[in-house]
Ligand binder design. Structure first.
Ligand code: ZN
Length: 326
């Protein structure tokens, strides 16, 4: 693409965030029958709004190329989810007789959530199209540095083919990865998940599929309990294309950086992905109440540089990072 006004040529970094994502309402965490005062839900819009606002105040937002989300069509959702799960969410979401519905372990949402969840998954698909160059450059390869970030709600990486769980309705990254394979004929897509919780949904959806390498760094047996042991390595044709690095509670930047250097980056070098997704959760932060890890901002910057470097090496900079927890 030609540079404008004499500015140095720089590939755009795409960004997707819609105000409607912030209107997703998972309800309060409460059990008043047990005599506990309700508290705001952990998965709230506040932390995402703060991130968006920081981008705006710092001027970073001006340097990003905005990509508008469009709802993921049912056939796109169906590449990652069963018809029963999609129908269940749609029907519950359309029922306004209750303020809050439950649709899986640790998953609740208010009426209207189906449309917002479709938009979040569709946002991930739109970012894939942006970094793949839409119909122009396509899989032939684009410019180096064509990354993207989706600041979306609800998150996605716990949602399995058949049910939502852990605040996740549809698996945004899985829907987008399946879209990338379908629309651009990709054969090697990597998903690096550094959310503090195991990316169980993404793992299970692609467990027997060698076209998707899933790598999850997570706090050992946090959520889902017992999920993501090192012995989960894929099955059938997908054997060897699933990697788990459960890290003990209290792990900080040293442990995580070592896991990146010794596990994540060598695995990406061996796999040579054509596109890299990142399940970017920030709940391994020392400030997060849902886990016990000790990461700080510099550690996340390290992850970003490492993944951008791997993408520059293997797939002309094509990285699509989607917000998960935190
Ligand atoms: Zn998480």
């Amino acid at each position: 693409m030609a540079a404008q006004n004499g500015a140095a040529k720089k590939a755009p970094f795409h960004f997707c965030c819609e105000e409607i994502f912030m209107w997703h309402e998972p309800g309060a965490t409460q059990n008043t029958r047990k005599g506990l005062q309700p508290t705001p839900h952990f998965e709230s819009a506040e932390s995402k709004r703060r991130l968006h606002n920081l981008l705006e105040v710092s001027g970073t937002l001006d340097a990003l190329t905005r990509v508008r989300a469009r709802p993921a069509p049912p056939e796109a959702l169906a590449r990652a989810h069963s018809a029963a799960h999609i129908d269940n969410v749609r029907k519950l979401s359309a029922d306004s007789s209750k303020g809050c519905h439950r649709a899986g372990d640790a998953l609740s949402f208010s009426p209207g959530a189906y449309e917002i969840a479709c938009l979040a998954a569709g946002g991930a698909m739109a970012l894939v199209d942006a970094v793949m160059g839409g119909s122009e450059a396509g899989a032939r390869g684009g410019e180096a540095g064509r990354g993207a970030y989706g600041l979306v709600r609800p998150p996605g990486h716990h949602a399995t083919r058949d049910e939502g769980m852990g605040f996740c309705i549809f698996n945004n990254v899985a829907v987008a990865a399946a879209h990338a394979i379908e629309a651009y004929g990709l054969e090697r897509v990597a998903v690096v998940d550094f959310d503090v919780h195991h990316g169980n949904g993404t793992q299970s959806i692609f467990y027997d599929d060698p076209k998707v390498l899933t790598i999850s760094l997570h706090q050992d047996s946090n959520y889902p309990i017992g999920s993501g042991p090192i012995t989960d390595t894929g099955a059938g044709a997908g054997a060897g294309f699933c990697i788990n690095a459960p890290l003990p509670p209290g792990s900080g930047g040293g442990a995580y950086r070592a896991a990146f250097d010794r596990i994540v980056l060598p695995a990406l070098d061996a796999y040579r992905p054509q596109l890299i997704f990142v399940s970017a959760g920030f709940d391994a932060s020392a400030m997060d109440p849902l886990a016990s890890q000790m990461l700080v901002a510099d550690d996340y910057a390290y992850f970003g540089r490492a993944l951008a470097g791997a993408a520059a090496k293997h797939c002309p900079g094509r990285v699509v990072a989607m917000h998960e927890g935190g």
